[in-house]
Design a protein around this ligand. Structure first.
Ligand code: ADP
Ligand code: MG
Length: 256
């Protein structure tokens, strides 16, 4: 059977429970979603709709209040912190809008870091190969401050890829990039799916970025509001407009 790379079942994540009545926020509200192996999913929705919380829970970086998450068939609920850390290390990659590179390390040292943290001594060829994959062979000795935003994000991608993860989560990976460098990063994400059968889940606000995905999932108020298959930028933008119009009728609506 073709099990999903990631499966969420009735995942609810509340923040601030146990405090004063009314202080609790339901960031995710009974979300059930499957991310099939070898697919690219974009997650969209207004600010505060739970996109980052969804990624953090799906990646095992955060624990749901209730519900279950499986990665490659392994149920995360009930795993010890140590087991969870190992599973994340072996199977999951994560990239962020802010790159999160260590400023004092060179590109190749940043890329080698996950292997070092796993207690391995990475071969230089292995690190160079990851940098070549993202087109940065000639920048191996540069520090982040000597690289453009697009180059820094590609280093972050190489760092996420060095452990050969089954699943890559990207939280607004092109949010800080111009449209040309965004395209480079999006093409790389697409290639990870098409060439290496990895599973990519990406949060974005950009309909053009979403068009690189196989599917868009729209979140509103912590719930899956809608999905769009084979999304074009135009269809995605139109769907967001509809969604915002529906939101605007509610007095407490958050802006996109
Ligand atoms: P998005 O990424 O779509 O902007 P988030 O997942 O970051 O949304 O947040 C969803 C909701 O959960 C928001 O109301 C946010 O304020 C709240 N939230 C997220 N993380 C925390 C936290 N660590 N503590 C308290 N509230 C949080
Ligand atoms: Mg977010």
């Amino acid at each position: 059977m073709n099990t999903a790379a990631i499966q969420l079942r009735s995942v609810t994540r509340k923040f601030g429970t146990g405090q004063a009545e009314g202080a609790a926020v339901t960031a995710l509200d009974s979300v059930t979603l499957a991310f099939p192996r070898g697919t690219f999913t974009a997650v969209m929705g207004p600010s505060g709709s739970g996109k980052s919380t969804l990624l953090q829970c799906a990646a095992g970086l955060d624990r749901p209040t209730s519900g279950s998450v499986t990665i490659g068939g392994t149920e995360l609920t009930g795993l010890s912190e140590r087991r969870l850390t190992l599973l994340r290390r072996d199977r999951v990659g994560f990239v962020f809008q802010a790159f999160n590179l260590l400023p004092s390390l060179t590109a190749e040292q940043n890329v080698a870091l996950p292997l070092r943290l796993a207690g391995r001594r990475p071969a230089r060829s292995e690190v160079r190969k990851a940098l070549t994959q993202v087109g940065l062979t000639d920048r191996a000795r540069h520090r982040p401050s000597e690289l453009s935003g697009g180059q820094q994000q590609r280093v972050a991608l190489a760092r996420a890829l060095i452990t050969r993860p089954e699943v890559l989560f990207a939280d607004e990976p092109t949010g800080a990039l111009d449209s040309r460098t965004s395209r480079e990063v999006l093409r790389l994400l697409r290639a990870m799916v098409d060439d290496d059968s990895r599973t990519v889940v990406m949060v974005t606000h950009d309909p053009v970025a979403a068009a690189y995905a196989d599917r868009v999932v729209f979140l509103v108020d912590g719930r899956v509001h809608d999905e769009l298959a084979a999304p074009s930028a135009e269809a995605t933008a139109a769907r967001i407009t509809t969604l915002e119009a529906a939101q605007a009728t509610r007095p407490e609506a958050a802006p996109c």
